[in-house]
Ligand binder design. Structure first.
Ligand SMILES: *Cc1c(COP(=O)(O)O)cnc(C)c1O
Length: 497
């Protein structure tokens, strides 16, 4: 007894950093972060540290005994700043990973200090209302008539939630107990061949298997062909399959193409299929009046996935699922176990999605919405699109660069040495150009001046820039052609030799 009493009267108290100490080391950390933001344009976009050196550096760190917090944070800050890839750098245009808004960075700190559990209203009254408002603001921004929604970790999760709601709506409440084993026909779903890989994970995760995916061919702009879609649905119906879901992509991951959503909406209506839009990247561009025609039909979707951590500049992670009718989410996700004393007349976000405990993801998005105003967000999206267009036009003027595509804020191109320009259609030259441009991309990754990724367009390996970056300016882009030309010449002569 005496031993236990001794242990519990004085706790191991190292976890509690005193308020004075917290202030001191917190200020120091904020100073360093502010300095990082200030220096960002002058730093390399990616550090050239080899994988092995990073592994060794991290591997040498031990966690057996504790250490002083201020020193620990200082060391860690230095390590991260010296060896990271910075998607907040003005010349970072890779994949679809945005620069983090500074207000969002502070928002994450504030969210974790209050640390509400946004799974249940009773645990997070303010946070729940803020999340609800954030979801409303996002929906209204895009002109999508949502009845509800919630924040999740990202685009994949946001799409999974829509997928599962579609599956429940199609198969009925009893599949909660029985699963899919009693269905008398094979379920089928439809999406373009340019759909992001979340669809394979979802089909597998929910027990349908990737064979249930009908990949519909696209036009040369990588937009789904609605005629082929309808044909495939009819074939499946004739064969006794059960179509249940059509996915439209609003901003394809490779090229930023927006499917003909109105045509898809028509088909879904005709065949009574769930219409889900994957707008993880491009959905937010529906907020621009000048994009209205290409997004016609957007409002018809039963569910939409968008990523605040892409075009709303929220630091990772923040995705969002919106649905027309929130009943579809509660039918899918709500259970009321006896160990939760939650008032079901209140909004408990655990009833709307797969997560139980939930962080306060909404705060960073909500703060940014007010800091910039949603009109400010509109302006930033528009500027990114204009810069990508500007890049395309700039590249078109270059004799040894081939501008290949431009949609939303994605522009693709490749380096073509002048001596090969006239033989571009020759398959052997085509293969060589693919090899050359891949080698250029690999060099870009290690040189740390520009960061881009790639895409494949009609068997062409192309360099792909995606501007979801509020720090990028025309001057950053103006420096690109000369850099690629010089690098291209170098790599070309190395490959030749
Ligand atoms: C980014 C993206 C996804 C995946 O989103 P994550 O946030 O990376 O999980 C899905 N679909 C499209 C079209 C995307 O651009």
């Amino acid at each position: 007894m005496a031993v236990i009493e001794k242990q519990t009267t004085t706790r191991f108290d190292k976890i509690e950093i005193t308020p004075d100490n917290f202030r001191e080391i917190g200020y120091a950390l904020v100073d360093q972060i502010a300095e990082l933001f200030r220096q960002m344009p002058e730093r390399p976009v990616a550090a050239a540290t080899p994988d092995g050196a990073i592994r060794e550096m991290v591997g040498a760190i031990s966690s057996d005994d504790g250490q002083e917090a201020g020193h620990l944070l200082k060391q860690t800050t230095k390590m991260l700043f010296d060896h990271s890839l910075f998607n907040g750098h003005p010349k970072f245009w890779g994949y679809i990973t945005s620069s983090p808004s500074p207000i969002g960075v502070l928002g994450d700190l504030l969210a974790s200090a209050v640390n509400p559990n946004a799974g249940a209203y009773v645990l997070s009254p303010v946070a729940t209302e803020i999340e609800k408002q954030t979801v409303d603001w996002i929906a209204r921004f895009m002109g999508y008539p949502a009845g509800g929604g919630l924040l999740v970790s990202g685009g994949n999760m946001a799409n999974f939630v829509g997928f599962q709601a579609a599956l429940r709506a199609a198969t009925g409440a009893e599949t909660r107990q029985t699963g899919l084993r009693n269905l008398d026909s094979e379920l089928a779903l439809y999406c373009s061949a340019a759909t992001h890989t979340w669809i394979q994970k979802a089909a597998d995760l929910y027990g349908l298997g990737t064979d249930s995916i009908r990949w519909i061919a696209t036009d040369k702009n990588t937009r789904i062909n609605p005629d082929l879609l309808e044909q495939k649905i009819q074939e499946d119906l004739a064969a006794g399959c059960r179509p249940f879901l059509v996915i439209g992509t609003a901003g394809s991951v490779g090229f930023g193409a927006v499917d003909p959503l109105d045509a898809l909406a028509e088909i879904c209506k005709k065949y009574k299929l769930w219409f889900h839009i994957d707008g993880a990247y491009g959905g937010l561009a529906a907020a621009l009046p000048e994009q209205k025609t290409s997004f016609a039909g957007f409002e018809a979707a039963d569910s939409v996935a968008v990523d605040p951590h892409k075009w709303l500049y929220a630091p990772l992670e923040a995705g969002c699922t919106l649905v027309k009718n929130p009943r579809h989410l509660t039918d899918t996700f709500s259970y009321h176990p006896p160990y939760y004393n939650f008032d079901h007349s209140r909004l408990n976000f655990m009833d709307y999605g797969p997560q139980n405990s939930r962080g306060f993801r909404a705060l960073k998005v909500w703060l940014s919405a007010q800091h910039l105003g949603m009109n400010g967000h509109r302006q930033l999206i528009r500027e990114d699109i204009d810069l990508a267009r500007y890049t395309y036009e700039l590249l078109e003027k270059e004799p040894d660069l081939e501008a290949c595509s431009n949609n939303l804020s994605i522009t693709t191109f490749r380096y073509v040495p002048q001596e090969l320009r006239l033989r571009i259609g020759d398959p052997e030259i085509g293969n060589y150009l693919n090899k050359l441009n891949q080698a250029i991309l690999n060099r870009l990754e290690t040189e740390g001046v520009f960061f881009m990724s790639n895409a494949v367009l009609e068997n062409k390996f192309v360099l792909r820039m995606c501007i979801v970056n509020f720090r990028t300016t025309k001057a950053d882009i103006d420096a690109l052609p000369e850099y690629i030309r010089t690098l291209g010449q170098q790599v070309h002569s190395e490959l030749k030799g």
